[in-house]
Design a protein around this ligand. Structure first.
Ligand SMILES: [Zn+2]
Ligand SMILES: [Zn+2]
Length: 147
């Protein structure tokens, strides 16, 4: 990702937090900056190592609190099957449902909006009298670069 786009994403996140009266601390912003720079899914421990370059005192709870905040704001997503986190492709809609396509060779993760999948699952849940809180759609395979 180009530097100008990285800066633009950061200021967009800051602006959205102001509008929502959510507290974007310098530390949370730094974690988001690291994730934007990464441009792929990353584990919490890899992020902690990166954060320690600027904040040597940072501990695992520091990272997890920052990640929780960024997930709540819809800036990042958790990729459950690889236990990692990635930047969202659309900051402006914090409640969208995503499908993740995970390359098993290079680890690259692509996000696609998947409202239609959510609708299907919701119908299935309703038929089973099941109350759905959230769902995960993750697909493993090989990306175009690795094929
Ligand atoms: Zn997203
Ligand atoms: Zn790949």
């Amino acid at each position: 990702m180009k530097a100008a786009i990285q800066i633009q994403l950061l200021s967009q996140a800051e602006k959205l937090c102001q509008q929502r009266h959510a507290r974007m601390t310098p530390q949370r912003l730094e974690v988001l900056r690291l994730m934007i720079k990464q441009n792929n899914a990353i584990s919490a421990y890899e992020l902690l190592d990166l954060l320690r370059k600027s904040e040597p005192q940072a501990k695992p709870p520091t990272i997890y609190r920052a990640l929780d905040f960024l997930m709540e704001q819809g800036f990042i997503h958790r990729v459950e099957s690889t236990n990692s986190f990635m930047l969202c492709h659309d900051f402006t809609d914090p409640s969208h449902t995503s499908a993740f396509f995970i390359c098993d060779r290079c680890g690259h993760v692509t996000e696609k909006t998947a409202e239609n999948i959510r609708n299907i699952l919701q119908k299935m849940a309703a038929k089973a009298s099941f109350t759905m809180s959230y769902n995960v759609v993750e697909t493993h395979g090989v990306c175009p670069q690795c094929r």
